[in-house]
Design a protein. Structure first.
Length: 442
């Protein structure tokens, strides 16, 4: 392999940053306003997210004796965590989000030792149902933002609908007519184009950018010390387990790309590092982190497999996280433009759930019933939470969370109907993961 100069290492690393940038910043852009953060707090959330993405990536790539897959993989927040974080923040407050993230990270580090046994309880019929419930629950968020943001003066105005439609169509056209790297950054380019159009329409304000400083220091527990709520922890743990299964697939796929045969201990070290990254995300009031599949595609596309490139990407992310003006520049994107981009992204979460379910044998009525009941109960609880008003508060908080209730329904019904199959080998699922993609497709 050609020895890369520092300049090439840096530019290739920056390319990795660009490939994952939209996926990294859009999560705080969605979650922040949904849980009531103001512009200054949102800018900080974006900064700390970028900084912690860098830390998480270096932890996984550089690794150590007990942590890290030591492959060229980038870490970012998974979209499957967006809906649960919004639900927790709205019901129990922002500190409950970070308490749940920290607790779920610790649980991931523990469960990484027993991943092969845990996967038996999360076959495609369960994971597909969980992911589909999460994806569908996010669509109202996308549609509200596409209309300009719920409660905004211009909600549903023609200009907001135009911007959302323009952004959505541009993403579709770029994915139709471009390939490779340009397709990988289609969301980022569409957000930029939509913001430029909105600026000509007088809908963009640079006030927050001008107020922001050029440099700041990050601090742990910026939004307050974490609080620990059982239902919130359960919610994030379910998300974390799904992410563990997805990351296992990413590791196996990347091992094939890099021509490295991964052993069980390598997967455990990778998942352990991911759990530690989640804990760090909670401590710095950022997000839970998982492996990004689009960067695996970039490694395959460029044929550059050296870890130094991704190490440089991690350093670049940390530097960007220390520059508030960069984060503030991201906050100028109008809600309608974000909404237009959210529709295909959240739709891809649903599609990912459907893809997982495509591996299920639906000739068995039991599997049809698992999917029907879990999605029905999950969505029903989310749409009509008032049916649980007579229950005790602690039980109601759990029941009103459609993602948790739907997921538990899928897990329990799978135990009831497919108990005998749980004792069989899960090697088939491992093989399926080798060719599977993570949820962070766009």
């Amino acid at each position: 392999m050609e020895k890369l100069s520092p300049w090439k290492v840096g530019t290739l690393g920056f390319q990795h940053v660009l490939a994952m940038y939209a996926g990294a910043v859009i999560v705080p852009l969605i979650v922040g306003p949904a849980i009531g953060l103001n512009a200054q707090q949102l800018a900080y959330l974006i900064s700390i997210d970028l900084f912690t993405c860098g830390i998480a990536t270096l932890l996984q790539v550089v690794g150590g004796k007990h942590f890290g897959i030591k492959l060229p993989v980038i870490l970012g927040c998974t979209f499957t965590a967006v809906g649960p974080m919004i639900a927790i923040g709205q019901l129990q407050g922002i500190t409950a989000i970070y308490g749940a993230i920290i607790a779920s990270g610790i649980i991931v580090m523990i469960l990484s030792q027993f991943m092969s046994k845990i996967m038996r309880f999360f076959p495609p019929v369960v994971t597909g149902s969980v992911v589909a419930i999460i994806g569908v629950s996010l669509i109202p968020v996308a549609m509200n933002n596409a209309a300009g943001g719920f409660g905004s003066p211009g909600f549903g105005s023609l200009q907001n609908l135009f911007l959302a439609t323009f952004t959505l169509l541009l993403i579709i056209l770029m994915n139709r007519y471009f390939k490779g790297y340009m397709r990988a950054i289609s969301v980022l380019l569409s957000l930029i184009a939509g913001t430029i159009i909105a600026n000509f329409m007088g809908l963009v304000s640079f006030e927050e950018v001008s107020r922001s400083s050029w440099f700041h220091m990050i601090q742990p527990f910026y939004f307050g010390f974490p609080t620990f709520n059982v239902s919130a922890i359960l919610t994030m743990t379910l998300v974390a387990i799904v992410s563990m299964i997805e990351s296992t697939g990413v590791f196996l796929a990347l091992g094939n790309v890099c021509e490295r045969k991964l052993e069980s201990k390598d997967i455990k070290k990778g998942l352990r590092a991911e759990g530690l990254a989640v804990v760090i995300g909670g401590i710095f009031n950022a997000f839970p982190y998982t492996s990004f599949s689009q960067n695996v595609g970039l490694v395959a596309l460029t044929k550059v497999k050296t870890r130094n490139v991704v190490i440089s990407a991690g350093v670049i992310l940390m530097i960007l996280g220390l520059l508030p003006k960069i984060a503030a520049l991201t906050t100028i994107i109008p809600m309608a433009v974000l909404g237009g981009a959210m529709i295909p992204m959240f739709g891809m979460v649903i599609a990912s759930g459907v893809r997982m379910l495509s591996a299920v044998d639906f000739s068995k009525n039991e599997n049809l019933l698992i999917v029907a009941c879990s999605i029905g109960i999950g969505l029903g609880s989310a749409v009509v939470p008032a049916i649980y008003e007579s229950l005790p508060t602690s039980v109601r908080l759990l029941a009103e969370n459609g993602i948790v209730l739907g997921s538990l329904t899928a897990i329990l019904l799978n135990l009831v109907f497919n108990y005998k199959e749980l004792n069989s080998s899960n090697s088939g699922q491992i093989d399926q993961l080798k060719s599977d993609q993570s949820l962070d497709v766009l």
